[in-house]
Design a protein around this ligand. Structure first.
Ligand SMILES: O=C[C@H](O)[C@H](O)[C@H](O)COP(=O)(O)O
Length: 263
């Protein structure tokens, strides 16, 4: 990419940039995965290099770890860092209660563990991710490779009995091979269309043997930061009810990042 950022990248960038203002010196920060999170890692890297911000980053995937190191962020594993002050991550969908679908990029398991180990989870999003009801985005479910077809059949049977619109399940592929997560598992995507009771679904899915984790994040996200292509940013804290609107002057950083492509 060269020249101006696309509208979608501008929206992702301004959300990421605003969320980075919540990071303070000395914090242990969970680093999410995906194209929106990549902007956050670049912004934090800039703050480390230019402003002397001292943080420890705990990545949620091998690719985020590589980018964070490249950006000059001090990286530790979760077992070394233990508990985190904040975690900033993207989402595939976010509803009005800040419940999420995550895992479109395959990193849901580490993301959920890291978010749960954090005092505060902040989700960064462009407006296309903000929905009235979860389910249009296929729900990723991480399953162990052993007996995955049996697990998929059980998933199929289970969702057919629940309050969802669709019941198609699909093994995620990488070319002609099953997709393999950082933890060596596979992903079955559930095409549900609309999820009536996300809380119930999240609990029921994890009862199936062979399921490691599902991409529903219920009562985990604390703050949603939504960026817009015109530089506007909205921030909503579900715990305090606080809502803010802000504007990010992105011209300087946009020049700095103009040769960076989307990942
Ligand atoms: O596994 C991937 C993650 O859950 C991502 O945060 C999610 O898929 C959103 O990614 P993006 O920011 O690229 O839309």
């Amino acid at each position: 990419m060269s020249g101006q950022l696309s509208p979608i990248d501008t929206a992702k960038f301004v959300a990421a940039r605003r969320a980075c203002d919540l990071v303070e010196d000395g914090m242990r920060v969970g680093l999410g995965t995906g194209s929106t999170s990549a902007w956050m890692v670049r912004c934090l890297g800039e703050m480390v290099r230019e402003d002397g911000l001292r943080i420890t980053g705990v990545p949620t995937s091998a690719r985020t770890a590589a980018l964070a190191r490249e950006m000059g962020i001090h990286v530790l594993g979760l077992d070394e860092a233990r508990w985190l002050d904040i975690c900033i991550d993207g989402a595939d969908e976010c509803d009005g209660e800040l419940n999420l679908i995550k895992g479109g990029g395959g990193a849901l398991l580490q993301e959920k563990i890291v978010a749960t180990a954090s005092d505060r989870m902040v989700v960064i999003a462009d407006p296309s991710k903000v929905v009235a009801q979860l389910g249009a985005f296929p729900l990723p479910v991480e399953v162990v490779p052993f007996g995955w077809q049996t697990t998929q059949a059980l998933l199929q049977e289970t969702i057919a009995a629940l309050d969802v619109l669709g019941d198609r399940t699909e093994l995620r592929m990488n070319g002609d091979q099953p997709y393999v997560t950082d933890e060596g598992n596979h992903i079955v995507d559930l095409h549900l269309g609309r999820i009536g009771n996300a809380r119930q679904l999240a609990l029921v899915l994890n009862q199936i043997p062979g399921v490691v984790e599902n991409g529903l994040f219920i009562d985990i996200c604390d703050v949603l930061v939504t960026g817009h292509a015109d530089g506007r940013v909205e921030l909503r804290d579900i715990n305090t009810g606080a809502q803010e609107e802000d504007r990010i002057d992105f011209v300087e950083s946009e020049n700095m990042f103009r040769d960076i492509g989307n990942d």
